[in-house]
Ligand binder design. Structure first.
Ligand code: UD2
Length: 327
């Protein structure tokens, strides 16, 4: 080999090393920015979407074009891969005051089995008895946070005061570390997946007891003196007080509005038929939810399953009100 040839080979070698360094640097940049030029993520391999096949036994979009989420209308792995890139963080509020602490073990244990698996989750437990919050083993990135609240003599107040405490929690603690929040009843258990398909700006759950009831039969607050008033001939669906959520900004507005209206009603000596649930229904009628969750997302254990329910994801346990409420 003469000197001329060895210079050429050295140059080729250097260029090859340089090309390798540039390739790895670019690949790292793509990964960090979340931009993928190739389908490196195998979870993006999913069934082809169809425009002519799908659930036809239920309505899957509202008249204001919000999706209604039912089993069979979404691809969980596709949705998870979209939100995994965003590294989202979800907060949950749950209240266990007085005898309702007895529901915490099952609620927390089943949340860890079914709620946003693989995502960052903080469960805020509001209670008057922090020592009754069970220690539940949680996966990495998931934790239980306990907040002390006073007990009240009336269950109606405990239930309704949740709006004030959700408002304060968002103001004081969540703004810098949370993307989405869900507010749930504690006397419930998860039985199936509740995940990224439920995310939206403002999310409401249709009450399992009233999803086939004509408007006139929906238990809205019907007295015009109340700020929760919904007139006959008005309203969309009847939504649960036991599960709602969305982005912080929207849930903040919901909680603040319901709290303010509930307190103004109280000054006028009126309490809406179903406390904060009535105010929530009024709010959702005026500020339409951007995503609606079917009754799969809050069933009731005592209810017989109907043909359109293919899975129960979250369900209220059957309880003896006289035994557990303070009044
Ligand atoms: C419905 C709603 C509930 C609320 C209530 C208003 C559903 C499934 N439930 O349920 O969200 O709107 O009507 O009347 O939509 N709590 C305590 N300690 C108490 C009483 C209540 O911690 O002594 C908390 C607890 O988190 C409970 C929640 O308040 O899950 C709602 O109270 P409830 O379950 O007794 O209300 P209920 O069954 O009438």
């Amino acid at each position: 080999m003469n000197m001329g040839n060895s210079k050429v080979w050295t140059l080729v070698l250097l260029l090859a090393v340089l090309a390798g360094v540039v390739y790895y640097y670019m690949a790292g940049l793509q990964r960090r920015s979340g931009i993928f030029f190739e389908n490196e993520d195998q979870s993006l391999k999913y069934k082809q979407p169809s425009l002519v096949q799908g659930r036809s036994d239920v309505v899957t979009v509202t008249p204001w074009l919000a999706p209604v989420v039912w089993e069979g209308t979404f691809d969980p792995s596709l949705l998870d891969s979209v939100y995994r890139l965003k590294n989202i963080s979800v907060a949950v509020t749950v209240f266990a005051v007085g005898k309702y602490t007895r529901f915490l073990p099952d609620f927390l244990k089943t949340a860890e089995q079914h709620f946003f698996l693989g995502f960052r989750v903080r469960l805020y437990v509001f209670t008057d008895q922090p020592d009754k919050v069970p220690k539940v083993s949680m996966a990495k990135g998931r934790q239980v946070m306990v907040r002390l609240v006073p007990i009240s003599k009336r269950w109606q107040e405990i239930s309704a005061r949740r709006m004030e405490l959700i408002q304060t929690l968002i103001e004081a603690e969540l703004q810098s570390n949370t993307d989405y929040i869900f507010c749930l009843d504690v006397d419930s258990k998860f039985h199936g997946r509740w995940g990224t398909e439920s995310l939206g700006s403002l999310v409401a759950v249709i009450h399992p007891g009233y999803y086939t009831t004509p408007r006139t039969g929906l238990p809205y607050e019907r007295r015009p003196q109340s700020r929760a008033y919904v007139a006959h001939g008005e309203g969309d669906f009847y939504y649960c007080g036991g599960a709602f959520g969305g982005i912080l900004q929207e849930v903040y507005l919901l909680a603040k509005t319901c709290r303010t209206n509930f307190e103004a009603d109280a000054k006028d000596g009126i309490e809406a038929a179903w406390q904060e649930e009535s105010h929530l229904n009024r709010f959702m009628w005026i500020n339409k939810p951007s995503k609606v969750l079917s009754p799969e997302y809050l069933w009731q254990d005592f209810k017989a399953i109907t043909p359109e329910i293919h899975i129960i994801r979250f369900s209220g346990v059957t309880k003896n009100y006289a035994d557990i409420r303070p009044n």
